[in-house]
Write a protein that binds this ligand. Sequence first.
Ligand code: NAD
Length: 270
Amino acid sequence: SPPQRSTPALFSLANRVALVTGGHRGIGLEVALGFAEAGAVVYCLDLPSSPDESWRTVQSWAASLPEPNTGRLEYVSGDVTDQKAMWEVVEKIVEKEGRIDVCMANAGILHKADCLEYPAEDFKRVMDVNVAGVLFTAQAAGRQMERLGISGSIIMTASMSGSITNPNQHSIAYNTSKSALLQMARSMACELAPKGIRVNTISPGLIYTDMTRSFLDTQPGLKEKMSAQNPMGRFGRPDELRGAALWLASDGATFCTGSDIKVDGGQCAW
Ligand code: NAD
């Protein structure tokens, strides 16, 4: 069993290396910040595109981390649906940093359409990113953790939509993908436990990010309606995912694998 340490030491990620996909904005970016603040070197991977304003804000924030914090953020581009490329990205990180301890497979997409009309191409694309892409990310990190004998932590961003449904959602592919992801994580957790690698999921509720803004801000009255759908009566902020992710990444969660942590304002409990 792991050595017992003080509580702050349990939650420290000093000298750890992490990868966060979908890490240039939204939940991924906030979690990456949390990991870096806890001392980790964090590689933020996202689709190749010019860094937007939020990334620049992060860079200036990262430059102001108080010494002697060992944490920093690195920008890396890639597509999680490209298995070979993902394996290579993590190989390169390990070549440079010598290790990989934490992997947050967080990249995901949402496409809305009525279930009876849902276009085949969109269905395949959502499954490709949200299921296969998460698997390829987890493989890329897990292979290196196994090779190096590292008791790493793999975290996947699922969704409450993998567990509950809502008649107004019109997101059959998304809900199906997140449900598949929950079972994928449990299966990987059981297979990788003997190697000391933990696999867990976080299921966020409704979080106000670019993904949800795209429909919340365009349909009048929808914000009010949807924020009333959980007992706390509001949306979550992306930074409210930091705590759960940090705990799962840290030595505070060494006996936790195959679990799903809901961060949903109580919506699944309602
Ligand atoms: P977001 O759209 O703000 O960020 C997602 C990021 O993933 C984007 O930067 C995007 O470029 C990236 N991405 C998409 N496809 C990719 C690919 N093929 N390769 C690499 N990167 C890719 O969304 P968010 O709200 O921050 O969502 C993050 C995760 O949380 C997603 O998996 C999402 O399904 C999940 N989630 C979000 C909510 C919510 O309410 N926002 C709720 C539950 C779950």
